[in-house]
Write a protein that binds this ligand. Structure first.
Ligand code: NAD
Length: 350
């Protein structure tokens, strides 16, 4: 990790009690992990909260009872909150920790591959509003991140693949085609991929904690991805939507005159994504969402004939780092159409 980075990072096989905070501390844990936590001999504070929070409940009302509980314990300013779960639980717990007494310390123990490779690192906490995902939140860096790979044993296969897409994204941001292609193959997730993704993200976040420049690169695949995720009514998981967004970004890069990705890269990418074709929403549904993208800004030099908004988009390049381009939402129509056609061709072929 970069020297002076706000979060200490541990990637271990088994949970270790020595990595828990000094007392006083409390826990918000995913109910799915309660047995594994106990079997590993991990302690449980008397006022621990074991919860199940589906993506639809990643909302402010979900954390109010947690805050009320902490206030009655009572949890004091010097206490540390430990979040044990996937990205939904860790985003919400981090947000609650940032709100309670105007901010108490927290640790994050991610238990999904997506949270280990991406969501748990970087200090972004949040909740959804009716108007969109993660529209409310705070930057609140956890003191420590502890990723225990043994927890992945109980994670359903769909969620393992979901997290794999964030790893592919990390490789593509850096133009690391060989890594990305390795990750597109069947087979177990390698520990060094997670280590490498965490180290890369930590470096970027350290240099640009508030996303004013370089950190935007981490949004590769997220422009079209977020629109597809929301337009599917969240039937697409976040990582799956990012995977589709990565293909869309490759096609967009080519349309913008950047070096095209070779078939030996695009073919396996399309093959992995083809089963998601039925969840890809039509263009008109995506356009409305793209225009409301959080990264959309009013276009400079806007006239009545030019689009009112442009989005900071990240475009990948084979064997070179990704680049930023400001593009109008409408520019995504053609990559969206090509993406759908490639997925359908692959589905017919398979
Ligand atoms: N803060 C960030 O920078 C950031 C970055 C990317 C994504 N996110 C957020 O992450 C969220 C998605 O996170 P996710 O993919 O981890 O999904 P999730 O948190 O919904 O977890 C997926 C499912 O797996 C269960 N689960 C968790 N760990 C398990 C385990 N070890 N064994 C069995 N079941 C387990 C959960 O209860 C849930 O049902 C989204 O809300 C997204 O916005 C945040």
């Amino acid at each position: 990790m970069p020297p002076g980075f706000a979060t200490e990072v541990f990637l271990v096989e088994r949970p270790e009690r020595e990595l828990l905070p000094e007392r006083p501390w409390t826990l918000v844990g995913d109910q799915h992990l309660r047995g594994a936590w106990a079997r590993a001999g991990m302690p449980e504070p008397a006022h621990a909260l074991w919860v199940t929070v589906p993506e639809e409940e990643k909302k402010l009302p979900t954390v109010i009872p947690w805050l009320e509980r902490w206030a009655t314990v009572p949890l004091h300013r010097e206490a540390t909150v430990v979040a044990l779960g996937g990205g939904v639980l860790t985003d919400l717990t981090g947000l609650a920790a940032s709100l309670y007494l105007r901010g108490v310390a927290w640790q994050v123990w991610p238990t999904t591959l997506l949270a280990m490779a991406d969501a748990a690192l970087g200090g972004k906490t949040g909740a959804d509003l009716a108007a969109g995902k993660n529209l409310v939140g705070a930057f609140h860096f956890p003191r420590r991140l502890v990723a225990c790979t043994d927890f992945l044993a109980s994670l359903p296969a769909r969620h393992l693949q979901n997290g794999r897409w964030e790893l592919v994204k990390t490789a593509m941001i850096q133009g690391e085609m060989a890594w990305a292609m390795e990750m597109l193959k069947d087979g177990p997730t390698k520990l060094n991929w997670v280590e490498w993704a965490l180290a890369f993200k930590a470096g970027v976040v350290h240099r640009d904690p508030r996303e004013s420049g370089e950190r935007r690169l981490l949004n590769l695949g997220h422009t079209l991805g977020h629109a597809l995720e929301a337009a599917s009514g969240y039937q697409l998981l976040h990582g799956e939507a990012v995977g589709l967004g990565l293909l869309g970004a490759c096609l967009m890069a080519e349309e913008q005159g950047l070096k095209p990705f070779p078939a030996r890269f695009l073919d396996p990418l399309v093959r992995r994504l083809a089963p998601l074709a039925p969840l890809v929403a039509p263009w008109r549904d995506c356009l409305a969402l793209l225009a409301r993208d959080k990264k959309a800004t009013r276009a400079s030099g806007h006239t009545e004939d030019t689009p009112a908004t442009e989005i900071q988009c990240i475009l990948p390049r084979p064997n070179e780092p990704a680049v930023q381009r400001a593009l109008p939402p409408q520019a995504w129509e053609s990559p969206h159409a090509r993406l759908l056609s490639l997925l359908h061709q692959e589905s017919l072929r398979a």
